[in-house]
Ligand binder design. Structure first.
Ligand code: IMP
Ligand code: MG
Length: 181
């Protein structure tokens, strides 16, 4: 069965793999002789997290956290809730928060403040996408896969109304496209 393309493709699997390898190599360099915890934000970060783990050799463990600020719409509600707490001990550990996308930065800002309470040695952020033009907070990600414009993107973990997370590429949808989904 031929695969139906959803939206307009921004980055292919090859593009994403290439960036994950580059960032993986950088993480290995930055954490030489150390250990890290990859903390994936559910659900969107999962495919990117798997890539980052594949292309790093630094000793690592993994856990997940869920912070939600989005309902089913395309805009953030601005209200952040932690709905799943990681069990892993982060005290005096190096944590790398792995995100799908940073938009306003609202979710991440809240999440980082929460993590600080656990007394980690260090916290860095590795986001697949960065939508800098939309930022309303003074947040910066340490590792960014791709800088994007103010587009609504789906695929590779990202959803529209909880769908399309499994697409093996990142694409964007606009106006009329939404009615076709
Ligand atoms: P922020 O709090 O505004 O930074 O929103 C971050 C969260 O909103 C991300 O983790 C995504 O779940 C969601 N989000 C932001 N932009 C998009 C997008 O273009 N497509 C799909 N989800 C998005
Ligand atoms: Mg998310």
């Amino acid at each position: 069965m031929a695969e139906k393309q959803i939206g307009k493709i921004l980055y292919t699997q090859e593009d994403i793999t290439r960036r994950a390898k580059e960032i993986g190599a950088q993480i290995d360099k930055d954490y030489e002789g150390e250990e890290v915890i990859f903390l994936g934000t559910l659900k969107g970060s999962v495919p990117w997290l798997v890539d980052i783990m594949k292309y790093t050799t630094v000793p690592s463990s993994v856990d997940f956290i869920t912070a939600s600020s989005y309902g089913s719409s395309m805009t953030s509600s601005g209200v952040v809730k932690i709905t799943y707490e990681p069990a892993i001990n982060m005290y005096k550990k190096n944590v790398i928060v792995v995100e799908d996308i940073i938009d306003t930065g609202n979710t991440l800002k809240y999440l980082l403040a929460k993590l600080e309470e656990r007394g980690p040695k260090s916290v860095r952020v590795c986001s697949m996408l960065n939508k800098e033009p939309r930022r309303t907070t003074n947040l910066h990600a340490d590792y960014v896969g791709f800088e994007i414009d103010d587009l609504f993107v789906i695929g590779y973990g990202l959803d529209y109304d909880q769908k399309f997370r499994g697409l093996p590429y990142i694409s964007y949808i606009e106006g009329d496209d939404v009615e076709l989904l």
